[in-house]
Design a protein around this ligand. Structure first.
Ligand code: NAD
Length: 261
């Protein structure tokens, strides 16, 4: 018996990294999943791996409200209901504030914060109409609470996600819809491969993390499974940091690693 038997989930950014690990784990626990992503090839590969009975793909840019609404409707059309949503699609960027291009700022905020809001909005609307409660999980970051050189847009977006999570939990609790967030530290995914290739950067992160290692997508999927399941039925409005304890220290000084004077 799986921990998510009979449940239907949406995972955005589900074609890669943390989202992909969540899709794999949710299916292993008995859920059926809509994978929402801009990467149609990645979605196709995942459907090839897990089979079309358990997952379906929605090509969606989370900044596009009409596409987000279609993704939510697809969960109902294909699998008959909605119980869980992981709003995971997000991107970062690096620039000193005085040089930060507005276009890059808008991209980071648009995908990581506004995209999360649009998904949350349409998932909440659907779950309220369905009347059976549900669990919505937004992906924040250690950078929601840990200031990091060069990450002005990303830190602001993820801090926004944690407060959005609290407001949503406050409003939606009356409908038995729980809203939590997860704040990973540094995790090995395609998104961080470039950054982690900079000599010494991973060691610098590990030095600040009492557990002494970076994360794997499966570490985050374990926590997401708990938050998605009924085991966490009393938990809402929280951001749970899963970072090897790095939040008690400081983030590595990235200007040095990125050659900013
Ligand atoms: N990897 C880390 O160290 C880390 C740490 C903290 C938080 N996070 C957060 O975890 C989430 C997943 O990150 P990851 O490291 O797995 O990244 P990733 O790049 O491996 O995966 C992100 C996925 O999101 C999709 N995506 C990008 N823009 C999109 C859009 N506009 N609409 C729909 N899908 C889109 C990509 O195609 C990709 O499949 C992000 O929100 C990220 O900020 C990651």
């Amino acid at each position: 018996m799986g921990r998510l038997d009979g449940k239907v989930a949406i995972v955005t950014g589900g074609a890669s990294g943390i989202g992909r690990a969540a899709v794999e784990r949710f299916v292993a626990e008995g859920a059926r999943v809509i994978v929402g992503d801009t990467d149609s090839e990645g979605i196709g590969a995942l459907i090839g791996q897990l089979g079309h009975n358990s997952i379906d793909g929605a090509e969606v840019d989370v900044r596009d409200e009409a596409a987000v609404e279609r993704m939510v409707n697809q969960a109902i059309r294909r699998f008959g209901r909605l119980d869980i949503a992981v709003n995971n699609a997000g991107v970062g960027g690096f620039s000193p504030i005085q040089d930060y291009p507005l276009e890059d700022w808008d991209r980071v905020l648009g995908i990581s914060l506004t995209g999360t809001f649009l998904c949350l909005k349409h998932e909440a609307k659907r779950l309220i109409a369905q009347g059976t409660g549900g669990s919505i999980i937004n992906i924040a970051s250690l950078n929601a609470i840990q200031a990091t050189e060069g990450f002005a847009a990303y830190c602001a977006a993820k801090a926004g996600v944690t407060m959005l999570t609290k407001v949503a939990a406050l409003e939606l609790g009356r409908h038995k819809i729980r809203v939590n967030a997860v704040g990973p530290g540094l995790v090995h995914t395609p998104a961080t491969a470039g950054m982690l290739a900079i000599p010494g950067l991973e060691d610098a992160f590990i030095h600040e993390a009492p557990i002494g290692r970076a994360g794997e997508p499966e570490d985050i999927a374990n926590l997401l499974t708990y938050l998605a399941s009924d085991e966490s039925s009393l938990m809402t409005a929280q951001t749970l940091y899963i970072d090897g304890g790095a939040s008690v220290n400081k983030y590595p000084e990235l200007f040095g690693f990125f050659g900013v004077g």
